[in-house]
Design a protein. Structure first.
Length: 426
C-alpha cells in the first residue's frame, strides 16, 4: 500500500512537471510573482534567556532566487522595551540565491521580569514583490532563582537539604540543554520519509511542583520541556495544516482535515498559540548525590474538560480519548485551535464530538506520542528501523546534570524515535 502511494506520488510529480513547463511557456511576462519569505531556526532553538550571551540564528529563505542583490531590514515586533538585539541586519541575499541569516540576542543589561514573546517584521517591504509567508515566534525567558519561591516551597527545598543532602535551588529557573532526536522515517508524507537526526538545544524552565512533599520532590518543566517545543509544533503542522496532499487538500472533497478546519477556522495562516509543559517529574531513590526521575504516565489517556474531568460522550457512548496509548510522556499542550474544538465538544456540538479521535482533529495528543513508551510496540519487526529505548531519567547533584532518554512516536512514522537530552547547570 505504501509503495503504491509513493509510486502514484512520483507519477503525479512527473505530470505536474510537464504542466508547470507548459504553463511557464504560456505565462504572461508582465505577471508579477510574489516571492515568499520563510523564517525558521535551523537548530530548532527559538528561546533565549535574559542576562546570558545566548543567541538565536534565524534562517531567511525565499521561495525563489532573486535576480539582483536584495536586502531585508528586520525588526522585532512586540519588543516595546528593546530587550532583543538583531545583528547581521539588514540581511543581504545575493543575486541568484534564496537564503540568508541574521542573529537575535538579549540586549545587554536588559531587565525582563516576565517572559517576552515576539515575532518579526521587515521594514519597507514591497508587498507587490515579497511577503512573509512563515513568520517565527521567539521567546526570551526571565531569569528566575530560589529567591522567587513562595515560603512553602522554599521550606520544602530546605527540608530536602536536611533529609537528603541535596539542593534543588540551582535547578529552579532556566537550565541549558543539549540533545537529539533520532528519527526512523518510513512515513508517507515528505517530511517523514527519510531517517534523520534532529538537534535539540536552548533552555527549559524548571519549577518546583505543587505536588511536592517533604518525602518526595517533584519538578515541573513549565517552558520548552526537553527542548522539544519547536519540534513538536513543527511536526504537528506538517501532519495537519501544512499537509496539502491529504489533510489540507484545497479540494474539499479530498481534504481529510477539511471538516475540522472549517468548523474551527483553522488553517496554515490562522494565528495560533502553541505552548507545551511537562509536569509531575518525581525525584525518587535519592542517595549519594544522585536520584531517579520518574516521568511516565500510565492508564487511559482521557480527554479532560475545563474542570479536569474525563469527558463522556452520549453520542459515542464512551469516554473520549486522546489516543490508545496506555503509557506515555505526559506533555501538556495548550493549543488555541484545539481549545476551540474542545470548547465545542464541552458544549455538546455533535460534529466536534464526532471528529474528536479521528484524522480530522486539532488535538495535538492525537498526533504526538501515539504509542506506548513502557513497551516496544514494534518489537519483533526486524525489517524496520526502530530506536526504542526504555524511558529513564537521572539527576546527578554532584555533577550538576540531568539526563533523559526515552522513546517517542508520532503519527506517520514506523518505528520509534529515540530522544536523548542532557541538562547542565551553568
Amino acid at each position: 500500500m505504501k509503495k503504491s502511494l509513493q509510486t502514484l506520488a512520483a507519477m503525479a510529480a512527473v505530470i505536474c512537471g510537464f504542466v508547470l513547463v507548459s504553463c511557464s511557456e504560456d505565462k504572461d511576462p508582465d505577471t508579477t510573482v510574489i516571492n515568499h519569505i520563510y523564517l525558521q531556526v535551523p537548530d530548532g532553538n527559538a528561546t533565549i534567556v535574559a542576562g546570558t550571551d545566548a543567541t538565536i540564528e534565524v534562517q531567511v529563505r525565499l521561495s525563489q532566487t532573486v535576480a539582483e542583490n536584495t536586502s531585508f531590514t528586520f525588526a522585532v515586533d512586540g519588543d516595546e522595551d528593546g530587550v532583543f538585539v538583531i545583528t547581521n541586519n539588514p540581511v543581504v541575499i545575493k543575486a541568484g540565491e534564496a537564503e540568508g541569516f541574521f542573529t537575535v540576542a538579549p540586549a545587554a543589561g536588559a531587565v525582563v521580569p516576565e517572559d517576552v514573546t515576539a515575532k518579526f517584521t521587515i521594514t519597507n517591504l514591497d508587498p507587490s514583490k515579497f511577503d512573509i509567508a512563515q513568520n517565527l515566534t521567539i521567546k526570551m525567558l526571565a531569569a528566575q532563582s530560589s529567591g522567587d519561591l513562595d515560603p512553602e516551597i522554599a521550606a520544602l527545598v530546605e527540608a530536602w537539604k536536611t533529609s537528603y543532602g541535596v539542593d534543588l535551588a540551582p535547578w529552579i529557573g532556566n537550565v541549558k540543554l543539549e540533545g537529539e532526536i533520532e528519527f526512523p522515517g518510513d512515513g508517507f508524507l515528505d517530511p517523514f520519509v527519510s531517517p534523520t537526526t534532529y538537534t535539540l538545544s536552548g533552555y527549559t524552565k524548571f519549577a518546583i511542583s505543587q505536588e511536592s512533599t517533604e518525602e518526595m520532590p517533584v519538578l515541573d518543566m513549565i517552558e520548552n520541556p526537553m527542548g522539544m517545543t519547536d519540534y513538536l509544533y513543527t511536526t504537528l503542522r506538517q501532519l495537519t495544516v501544512e499537509d496539502y496532499e491529504y489533510f489540507a487538500n484545497e479540494d474539499e472533497e479530498y481534504s481529510i482535515g477539511g471538516p475540522i478546519m472549517k468548523l474551527i477556522g483553522w488553517n496554515a495562516d490562522s494565528q495560533e498559540s502553541f505552548t507545551v509543559t511537562l509536569p509531575g517529574i518525581k525525584i525518587t531513590d535519592i542517595a549519594n548525590g544522585k536520584a531517579t526521575l520518574e516521568f511516565v504516565e500510565e492508564g487511559e489517556n482521557y480527554i479532560l474538560n475545563s474542570k479536569g474531568e474525563p469527558i463522556y460522550s452520549e453520542l459515542l457512548e464512551d469516554y473520549l480519548l486522546h489516543n490508545y496509548a496506555t503509557s506515555w510522556i505526559p506533555f501538556q499542550y495548550d493549543f488555541t485551535a484545539w481549545n476551540r474544538q474542545l470548547g465545542l465538544v464541552e458544549d455538546g456540538n455533535e460534529e466536534a464530538i464526532e471528529l474528536t479521535g479521528t484524522l480530522s482533529t486539532a488535538d495535538p495528543q492525537f498526533y504526538l506520542g501515539t504509542e506506548d513508551v513502557l513497551e516496544d510496540y514494534y518489537e519483533g519487526e526486524d525489517d524496520i528501523l526502530n530506536y526504542y529505548v526504555y524511558p529513564s531519567g537521572v539527576i546527578d547533584f554532584n555533577a550538576g546534570t540531568i539526563t533523559f532518554e526515552f522513546p517517542f512516536c508520532h503519527y506517520d512514522q514506523y518505528g520509534y524515535s529515540r530522544v536523548k537530552v542532557t541538562y547542565t547547570l551553568n
